[in-house]
Design a protein around this ligand. Structure first.
Ligand SMILES: Nc1nc2c(ncn2[C@@H]2O[C@H](COP(=O)(O)OP(=O)(O)OP(=O)(O)O)[C@@H](O)[C@H]2O)c(=O)[nH]1
Ligand SMILES: [Mg+2]
Length: 312
């Protein structure tokens, strides 16, 4: 910061100022440095970041209330306590975004139970940024994790042509399809959630926008609600459903299944279950893009031969 009133540049050490001295942002003569917003990243900001940093994009896809936002904010929350999943927190350009989305889960919010605010469709597509460093070799891995309202994914079931507009799918090295464990646990809602997840997966994988080397993950959330002897039937139906989806996709994609309980509001339930194995797969290095050599048509006429003579 410079003091231009005096006509000369002098360093102002803000930490040495007495508390009574307040700096007036309205003073037009001062040169202010704008700090990064630290909110979640827009698509343009993600593109900008990808120009200079190799980051993996993780697309989280699922209907409303499925636990998408909670899954990501709880992974971030683990790093507030230290190392997690054999990795250290390194950097984030969306710290404020993480904090805002985590607020309702903190005691300071005044809530009796931890919660997460619904993601609004008006927010459009945003990304969390999380850079982690592996504890084995300290190599840095940047993750850009999508955040979009569940109703948008619900709509593509009825209007499949809109799936082609989902930019996060095109860019993703990992696509996470969420299965809401709460709905699986409720007998009346189980068939509906299975049908919904199956339709969303079909629509998205048939758009042709999924990279062939992308890893597809079926992530069951709220698995704490599927615990106990009275949930045996629900767990069996879930296993059957997972096998069907695996069989449907396995020829074209690398499919993996995870059971998670990012947040367990009941005191005796284990929270953060299944997050570490999931995060470790996201941290695997992005597979290199395979470029196929273009096939050259047969060179037959005089102009083609001219080309051959020049190149020989
Ligand atoms: N019991 C339990 N509840 C969970 C868990 N994860 C999330 N929830 C709750 O599920 C509700 C929905 O979670 P969100 O993360 O907002 O779901 P979402 O998929 O982002 O929903 P939209 O933003 O509407 O698309 C919240 O009330 C969470 O507290 C879990 O592991 N166990
Ligand atoms: Mg959400």
């Amino acid at each position: 910061m410079t003091d231009q009133h005096a006509g000369i540049d002098t360093d102002v050490d803000v930490f040495e100022q007495p508390e009574s001295v307040t700096v007036q942002p309205s003073d037009a003569n001062l040169t202010w440095v704008s700090l990064p917003a630290a909110a979640m990243l827009s698509v343009a900001e993600v593109d900008q970041l990808l120009c200079w940093r190799d980051a993996s994009i993780i697309a989280i896809v699922g209907e409303r209330n499925g636990g998408k936002t909670t899954l990501v904010t709880e992974i971030y929350g683990r790093f507030l306590h230290g190392a997690f999943a054999n990795a250290y927190f390194c950097h984030s350009l969306s710290l404020l975004g993480f904090e805002r989305k985590s607020f309702q889960s903190r005691a300071v919010s005044g809530r009796v139970y931890p919660d997460t605010d619904r993601t609004s469709a008006q927010e459009g597509l945003r990304f969390f940024h999380l850079a982690l460093s592996k504890d084995s070799d300290f190599s840095r891995h940047d993750l850009l994790i999508s955040e979009r309202a569940g109703e948008v994914y619900r709509e593509i079931r009825d209007q499949p042509d809109r799936a082609a507009d989902l930019i996060e799918i095109r860019k993703a090295s990992t696509i996470v399809f969420i299965i809401d464990g709460e709905r699986v646990a409720a007998p009346r809602r189980r068939a509906e959630v299975f049908a919904s997840v199956r339709d969303i997966i079909r629509v998205i994988t048939r758009t042709g926008n999924v990279a062939p080397q992308a890893q597809i993950q079926l992530v069951v959330t709220k698995f704490d609600l599927l615990d106990g002897d009275d949930k045996v039937e629900a767990r069996n139906s879930l296993t059957e459903f997972e096998q069907k989806i695996e069989a449907m996709l396995t020829e074209r994609f690398n499919v993996a299944i995870f059971h998670t309980a990012a947040r367990a509001p009941l005191v005796d339930a284990e929270s953060g279950q299944g997050l570490a194995p999931l995060l470790k797969t996201w941290l695997r290095r992005k597979p290199l893009v395979q470029l196929n050599s273009p096939s050259i048509p047969e060179l037959s006429d005089e102009f083609d031969r001219l080309l051959l003579r020049r190149t020989v």
